[in-house]
Design a protein around this ligand. Structure first.
Ligand code: ATP
Length: 297
């Protein structure tokens, strides 16, 4: 028996280590995911961020030369506003997010932050100005404190705790046997989906970006957890420009502006009330969602 279980245990350890290495690599690739064709102009200055205003002007773009995805898309997000991008799957919402990061250059038209064309400034400074809260936060096999501090090199414990407080995860971390020194990830304490997401929010907050890009979770969190996460995100967005890529309508009601993107174009924009009163695409999406929810109940 011993002879059999020992190699199995050994294999289990190797498996876990390989798995963790893959997780670390995935995180790295996500962070470094920059297609090589986008290069900084020689001598390009860093982006000078003030309020974090974002503008897309008549943007045409596609991933492949013969397939245009955005057909003259324009949108304006004023400094400090919360904007939600909604619309059918494949309409181009995530593409807007990728162009804001300058993972790609537009075919024509212009993307700017605080009046500066993204092609005229360094990519590094663009990415420093924008914080992303991804759908899935990948945790490193390390302490929960390290996992948050990863948001900014050289952050002090006090700063880590402040970010955790804003993400509403501080009390939970303090309740752990070893507090911020508790090991998490594959070999440590397993965190729930909601807890992981809060660690991700704290990590992003520590970076203190002017602009927050939220790729709203599609993962199934229970309603209570989801409400808590939304509150954390609202808190995180205070005093910043927030762009939410929304996959569900219920979370966008409070946005300053809702932008409906369909087949690569902005087809409607306004507040929830204005768009409902208008009785167009957005109102239709609400009716369809309510019908689906009633049918499911
Ligand atoms: P969803 O709500 O489903 O996430 P979305 O509105 O965010 O959709 P995008 O992800 O922006 O839509 O996709 C817009 C279009 O661009 C889709 O037709 C998609 O197939 C295409 N697309 C997205 N990423 C790539 C890529 N890396 N290479 C080629 N085509 C892509």
């Amino acid at each position: 028996m011993i002879q059999i279980t020992m190699p199995l245990n050994f294999l289990g350890t190797v498996y876990r280590e390989i798995r963790q290495a893959l997780i670390d690599m995935r995180e790295l690739f996500e962070l470094l995911d920059q297609p090589s064709e986008v290069i900084d102009r020689p001598g390009a200055p860093p982006l000078a961020v003030s309020g974090g205003a974002v503008r897309f002007e008549d943007v045409h773009f596609g991933y492949e030369t013969n397939r245009e995805i955005l057909h003259g898309l324009s949108l304006e997000v004023r400094a400090g506003q919360t904007v939600a991008l909604v619309g059918p799957s494949g309409g181009g919402k995530s593409t807007v997010g990728r162009l804001l990061f300058r993972f790609y250059d537009t075919w024509s038209g212009r993307v700017s932050i605080d009046g500066q064309d993204l092609r005229d400034v360094t990519q590094e400074s663009i990415r420093a100005a924008i914080g992303v809260v991804p759908q899935d936060t990948v945790l490193f096999n390390d302490t929960v404190g390290y996992n948050i501090a990863y948001g900014r090199h050289g952050a002090t414990r006090a700063e880590v705790e402040e970010a955790a407080r804003a993400a509403r995860i501080h009390a939970f971390i303090q309740s752990l046997p070893e507090g911020y020194d508790t090991l998490v990830g594959e070999r440590g304490l397993k965190l729930s989906g909601g807890e992981k997401q809060r660690v991700g929010i704290a990590r992003t907050l520590l970076k203190n970006p002017r602009i927050l890009l939220l790729d709203e979770a599609t993962s199934a969190l229970d309603t209570g957890t989801e409400r808590g996460i939304l509150e954390s995100l609202r808190e995180a967005g205070r005093g910043r420009t927030v762009i939410t890529i929304a996959h569900r309508l219920s979370t966008v009601v409070h946005a300053d502006v809702i932008v409906v993107i369909e087949a690569g174009r902005v087809v409607e924009q306004g507040t929830h009330e204005a768009l409902m009163a208008r009785g167009g695409r957005y109102a239709g999406m609400w009716r369809a969602q309510n019908r689906a929810e009633t049918a499911a109940a």
